[in-house]
Design a protein. Structure first.
Length: 329
C-alpha cells in the first residue's frame, strides 16, 4: 500500500465492505457483493484526491464507509491519527464535526418541509454550538460565502434552482467548520452551465478554509481540473493511484487507459480509434483468486487468472494494480 509520509488526514488499511446475498426462509448466505474489497489509501491534509471509476465500482460506498455512515466489514480507518472504528458513540459524535459530505442530488438530500436556514444550522443545534443569535450570524455568513442571499433563509428547497440547492448543501457541510469534506459527484445533477460555477466555488472554499477533499466523480475532465492526485477504482479495488499530471500523461493500467480514451473528442476521426471495453458487465461476485479486470482486459495473461495483482509502486508515487502495467499489447 502507499506508505505514510506524514501529514495524512485519512488513512485506510485493507478496508472492505461486503453485502451478503441470502436465500430461503432462514436467510442462508449464498454469496457476497464485494462493493469495497481491500482498499489501502491515504489522503493528505489540504489536498484534493479525485476518485474515478464507472458506475457501481464502489466509489460512493467507500465514501460512506470512511464517514462510518456504513460500517466496514474489515479493515482500519484512521482520521488524523485516531482509529475511528474503536471510538465510542460519544467520541464518534464529536469527531463528526470534523468531517462532512456533499451528496450527489441536492434536492433529495434536503428536507422539502424545512426552510434552508434551519437546514444549514441544524448541525450547530445538534452539537450545541452557539446561542441563537450566534447561529443566526453564522447562517448569514455561510450563505454569503456560498453565493446566496441571507434574506432567503426562510425559503424552502423547491423555491431554488438546482445550482442554488447545491450551494445550500455546501453551506450545510461547512457549518461545523470541518477539516474533511467528501464531494460525492456534486456536479452530476447540475446543468453544464452551472457546473463550472460550483466547481470554482469548491476550490475557493478549499483555499479559504484549508479543507481536504475526497472528490468522487465519473467525469474525468472535472477530476483533472480540481484534483491533486487521482485514484482509479474498479470493482471495489484501487487499480491505479498517481499525481494528476502523471496519471493523465502516463496511465499504466489498461482500465485507466480505456477510461481516458472514452472521453468525448471533437474530432470524429479520433473517435474511431478509441478502444472500448467489452459489453460484459463487471461481476461484483467475482472470483477473488484472479484479477477483477481480467474478463474485460484486452491484454490479459495466464497469470491474471491465477493470482490477483498487488498494488505496486511502478514509479515514484505512481501505484498500479496490474501484472502487465504499462504494456500496450
Amino acid at each position: 500500500m502507499p506508505k505514510s509520509q506524514g501529514g495524512e488526514l485519512i488513512v485506510l488499511c485493507g478496508v472492505r465492505k461486503h453485502y451478503p446475498i441470502t436465500r430461503g426462509l432462514v436467510r442462508r448466505e449464498v454469496g457476497r457483493i464485494r462493493a469495497v474489497d481491500g482498499v489501502d489509501l491515504t489522503i493528505r491534509k489540504g489536498e484534493t484526491l479525485g476518485l474515478v471509476g464507472e458506475s457501481g465500482c464502489g466509489k460512493s460506498t467507500l465514501g460512506r464507509v470512511i464517514l462510518r455512515l456504513e460500517e466496514p466489514t474489515e479493515g482500519e480507518i484512521y482520521f488524523d491519527g485516531h482509529g475511528m472504528l474503536s471510538l465510542s458513540d460519544r467520541e464518534m459524535h464529536l469527531l463528526r464535526r470534523r468531517m462532512q459530505i456533499i451528496f450527489q442530488d441536492p434536492y433529495s438530500s434536503l428536507n422539502p418541509r424545512q426552510a434552508i436556514g434551519r437546514t444549514i444550522t441544524e448541525g450547530l443545534v445538534i452539537h450545541g454550538i452557539g446561542t441563537r443569535s450566534e447561529r443566526a450570524e453564522r447562517l448569514s455568513y455561510l450563505m454569503e460565502v456560498v453565493g446566496l442571499r441571507p434574506e432567503h433563509a426562510g425559503r424552502y428547497p423547491h423555491e431554488f434552482s438546482g445550482g442554488q440547492r447545491q450551494r445550500v448543501c455546501i453551506a450545510r457541510a461547512l457549518a461545523l467548520n470541518p477539516d474533511f469534506v467528501i464531494c460525492d459527484e456534486p456536479l452530476s445533477a447540475l446543468d453544464v452551465s452551472i457546473q463550472a460555477q460550483v466547481l470554482n466555488l469548491l476550490q475557493d472554499l478549499q483555499d479559504r478554509f484549508s479543507l481536504t477533499y475526497l472528490f468522487i466523480s465519473h467525469d474525468l475532465s472535472v477530476v483533472r481540473h480540481i484534483s491533486d492526485r487521482v485514484a482509479v477504482m474498479y470493482l471495489g479495488n484501487i487499480v491505479e493511484l498517481a499525481p494528476k499530471r502523471e496519471l493523465f500523461d502516463n496511465p499504466l493500467h489498461p482500465y485507466t487507459r480505456t477510461l481516458l480514451q472514452a472521453v468525448p473528442q471533437p474530432d470524429p476521426t479520433l473517435d474511431r480509434k478509441r478502444r472500448h471495453l467489452p459489453d460484459a458487465s463487471p461481476d461484483p461476485q467475482r472470483d477473488e483468486r484472479s484479477c477483477s479486470f481480467r474478463p474485460r482486459c484486452p491484454q490479459a495473461a495466464p497469470e491474471c487468472r491465477n493470482e490477483p495483482p498487488p498494488l505496486v509502486e511502478h514509479a515514484p508515487r505512481h501505484w498500479v494494480r496490474c501484472h502487465r502495467a504499462g504494456r500496450t499489447g
